[in-house]
Write a protein that binds this ligand. Structure first.
Ligand code: GAL
Length: 675
């Protein structure tokens, strides 16, 4: 298999030369060399130019682009170009356009306007993939195939008749018969009993609430359907060019949950991810760290940052530009967490089109700009980090997440709409980061057979609001605790099974025995209403009425309201040295930080390095040579200190015992081996 990152940490961007006159390419190549660009993604949205009429291909311009890039020593991540079909497709086959939840068919004129179940789209896209693979499979610039682009970004769920028929076929494969479906979906309720699969519709706009099991299966189907397109393209590529690795860029981030990337990652040669800071979030950099840890989690090792931005994007209400040093810090935050490549959308900022106000490596101002000078500096830093490639990220804590759980929590009929599937996970992860403690974010879907084995590697396992939890997942978590891990389970976890059927007999059904906690009733809290705990801390969002078994230690109880006196925080010690901790509310930061410190101390989890200040510290280590690099990123407004010795690849300075890091600054210290 060809090596996509033979030059160390890959560096580059989406390169869209088709947007510019051909002579601009001379300057592009010169500037790419100056910046140290090693890899570019080409052709992502160029189907319309590559196949101007059905079956008539025009590859001339792409031949020249690839030849020129190769001449400049730059590798290519070549797109299959199927992300956005040309105008002729929907003109001739209007049924290819997707239909939204409210029954509206999309029009042509934006991008990614295709139904994931469309046979016409499938056939035409695979013909293009075959033509590209045949033409460029042996091109010396080709390093990697880029399948489609952000599959499902705009068309994750289609509600058209073609999709409905495909959904019924999917259900027939999942269930042994219509009675099994009736049972799984609890259709005795509201007269939803089916006598034939033909009666089943997609869960589009209806008179009242959807059946949650129906909606969940549709979410599963929709993720599988897009994965099916990915696999079909991949199969063509693997047949024609078996030695070229394939990837497709994921969107592991706060807002995108439609694709089960745990499941998808199992199909990738290279896991790649796109990430953008979302300024509406309380702490966008904490979310970046979470997303990067989750990408590594699904990848099971190093991965490629396929896109992020040099500065502002163009799709938020206010598009905040990056301050000096921020682009370097964000890039290194991804490398710290396992990225072996740093790429951007896009190389040259467009002058026209919907993304004309999106930043690029070469801004509208051109080469003579601070932005381009920072790009050149970043390229130089990454070259000095070449040996980091392939190394592991050290982490003793796992945070368990699951896309199926995210889908189940989309239901509009839950005890509280205030429970986001990642809210507690984000809070836990952020507080750990603030203590320089690295966590792996483990996605259930990535481990259909080996979750217990994976969780057994950690000293601490956190299970935050894992509402939907199947028996195997519950067993893996329980086994980790019994084998000696500190396991922290938070409210609502384990209350329903994979059919979103309530586990009866007291919540949290799947973890009741492990925790020794039996919840009789939920008492979710209204916005602005907190609950005081008797240890002086406060909770929000959730409270509940619970009892505990005799061997459970109550760490704090609700101090007021309808559930006053009921246990809120508990711990049950297990014979193997592990413990099962339970958190029944959203704790304030100070209280949750204190709890996590106690849990980490009990598990023997230490920070990556002792530090002061608001500094993110992560260590990568090469398992073969033992060499290690300590990444330190100061997100705070004061100078931070980190205990480390070695040479800083950013500043070039020797560090002897203590690194002093100015506000906003970044360092990567190649550590002096311990004697
Ligand atoms: C991504 C997409 C890119 C570009 C970028 C802008 O979602 O893959 O093509 O649109 O966003 O931030």
């Amino acid at each position: 298999m060809r090596n996509w990152t033979e030059d160390g940490i890959a560096f580059g961007a989406d390169y869209n030369p088709e947007q510019w006159p051909e002579q601009v390419r001379c300057e592009d190549l010169e500037l790419m060399r100056e910046a140290g660009v090693t890899l570019v993604s080409v052709g992502i949205f160029s189907w319309g130019l590559l196949e101007p009429e059905p079956g008539r291909y025009d590859f001339g311009w792409l031949d020249r682009v690839l030849d020129d890039l190769h001449g400049a020593g730059i590798g290519v991540d070549l797109a299959t170009a199927t992300a956005s079909p040309p105008a002729w497709m929907s003109q001739r086959w209007p049924e290819v356009l997707p239909v939204d939840h409210d029954g509206r068919r999309h029009t042509f004129g934006s991008r990614q306007s295709w139904c994931p179940s469309s046979p016409v789209y499938r056939e035409r896209s695979l013909a293009l993939v075959e033509a590209l693979a045949t033409r460029y499979g042996s091109h010396p610039a080709l390093r990697l195939w880029h399948i489609s682009n952000e599959l499902g970004c705009h068309n994750a769920r289609c509600y058209c008749d073609v999709s409905a028929a495909a959904f019924r076929e999917w259900l027939q494969r999942r269930y042994s018969g219509v009675d099994a479906l009736n049972d799984a979906w609890a259709t005795a309720f509201w007269s939803q009993h089916y006598t034939s699969f033909d009666q089943v519709q997609v869960p589009a706009l209806s008179s009242s609430f959807p059946n949650p099991a129906h909606a969940l299966d549709f979410a599963r189907f929709s993720s599988d359907e897009l994965l099916g397109q990915h696999l079909a393209e991949q199969a063509v590529l693997r047949r024609v060019t078996p030695d070229v690795p394939t990837t497709t860029n994921f969107m592991v981030s706060a807002g995108q949950t439609a694709m089960d990337y745990g499941r998808w990652a199992r199909e990738q040669d290279v896991v790649s991810n796109d990430h953008y800071l979302v300024h509406a979030l309380g702490d966008p950099r904490a979310e970046l760290a979470f997303a990067a840890d989750m990408t590594r989690g699904v990848a099971g090792g190093p991965w490629l940052l396929m896109e992020h931005s040099t500065s502002a994007v163009n799709w938020q209400p206010v598009n905040v530009a990056k301050a000096p040093g921020e682009m370097l810090r964000d890039s290194l935050a991804h490398v710290a967490r396992g990225a072996d490549g740093v790429m951007f959308f896009q190389w040259r900022a467009s002058s026209g089109g919907a993304e004309q106000w999106h930043s690029g490596m070469v801004p509208h101002a051109g080469r003579d700009s601070d932005r381009f000078r920072e790009v050149v500096e970043l390229g130089a830093v990454l070259q000095r980090l070449a040996d980091v490639r392939g190394s592991d990220v050290e982490a003793d804590v796992a945070v368990l997440v699951d896309y199926q759980n995210a889908w189940a929590l989309e239901a509009p009929t839950l005890p509280s709409a205030r429970v986001g599937h990642l809210d507690v996970a984000h809070q836990v992860h952020r507080l750990l980061c603030e203590r320089q403690t690295t966590a792996d974010v483990v996605a259930v879907g990535a481990h259909p057979d080996d979750l217990a084995e994976v969780l057994a590697r950690y000293r601490v396992v956190v299970v935050p609001t894992l509402y939907l939890c199947d028996d195997a997942t519950a067993a893996a978590v329980t086994a980790a605790a019994e084998a000696g891990a500190q396991v922290v389970v938070t409210y609502l976890s384990g209350t329903v099974d994979e059919r979103v059927r309530v586990r009866l007999g007291g919540y949290p059904g799947a973890f009741r025995d492990l925790l020794g906690v039996r919840v009789e009733e939920f008492h979710p809290l209204l916005e602005g209403v907190g609950t005081a705990l008797d240890d002086g801390s406060t909770g929000e969002v959730w409270s509940e009425r619970a009892t505990v078994a005799a061997d459970v230690e109550v760490l704090a109880s609700y101090g007021d309201g309808a559930v006053a006196g009921s246990p809120a925080l508990t711990r049950r010690a297990l014979p193997g040295g592990g413990a099962a901790w339970y958190v029944g509310t959203t704790l304030d930061d100070e209280a949750l930080d204190g709890l996590l410190q106690a849990v980490c101390a009990a598990g023997g989890v230490a920070p990556a390095a002792p530090a002061t200040g608001f500094v993110d510290v992560v260590r990568r280590r090469d398992a073969t040579t033992g060499r290690s690099w300590l990444f330190a990123l100061n997100h705070g407004e004061e100078t931070a200190t980190v205990r480390v010795s070695g040479v800083d690849a950013v500043s070039g300075a020797d560090v002897d015992g203590t690194l002093h890091l100015a506000p906003g600054a970044s360092a990567v210290v190649a550590e002096t081996p311990r004697p």
